[in-house]
Design a protein around this ligand. Sequence first.
Ligand code: NDP
Length: 253
Amino acid sequence: MGKLTGKTALVTGSSRGIGRATALRLGREGALVAVHCSGGLEAAEGTVSAIEKEGGRAFPIRAELGVPGDVHELFLALEAELKERTGTTTLDILVNNAGVMGGVDPEELTPEQFDRLFAVNAKAPYFLVQRALANIPDGGRIINISSGLTRMANPQEVAYAMTKGAIDQLTLHFAKHLGPRGITVNSVGPGITDNGSALFDDPGAVAAMGRYSVFNRVGESRDIADVVAFLAGDDSRWITGSYLDASGGTLLG
Ligand code: NDP
């Protein structure tokens, strides 16, 4: 029996990358996982199939975040699927993982690009947490994926890093608010992590990026998934309001 048997989890943006690895790990621990994506359902269905192949349980849901009605649409699908499979709409674990990066010259970034980053990376997680509180029982878990860029400068990502700073504030203040219910709220801050995108097909680029970590390699998505799984389980019950540095020592300088 896995550590999360009998639990339900939502991992936003789990069609690929860190979210996919996280959904797989939570599924392996026995959780029933809602695999969320914004595009076509095929990629999310791929994650679901991989979880089922390992004997786990999962289902795909689709909702674009960062647009009006996003949270409502997501919960409509989520609650229907949970009800069908468990008879309730209880959500034990919420992982706010979906996110978009900037990569724009700080002197060129437009207000529209800024708004989009905040809508997807900061506003959506806030209102997902707010909405999920009707479903999360006492003792539940909220895990927000932040970034090491909240603690080191990269001018191309200033607005993105600002959104992740907002995520850390979401964590801090909701942790206090939800303490009386035994719900823990924590941030995980990855460093450069191979998310399967084309960037990581270039060995030279990967070697250069790996040098940021004291372990001289880029992170694997499962490196982050394992930290999230720890925070999702009972072993982390005394940790809340924290920022867990999962950057392979990148922040050590
Ligand atoms: P990917 O780009 O590989 O995957 C992003 C996921 O989020 C996809 O499943 C995507 O679904 C979903 N998503 C993106 N935009 C939206 C949207 N508007 N609405 C709904 N879903 C959306 O991301 P990573 O795995 O690299 O990153 C995961 C998290 O980790 C992000 O929050 C990121 O900021 C953070 N992070 C990543 C680092 C890295 O080096 N990879 C470093 C530090 C932090 P779909 O494909 O359907 O759009």
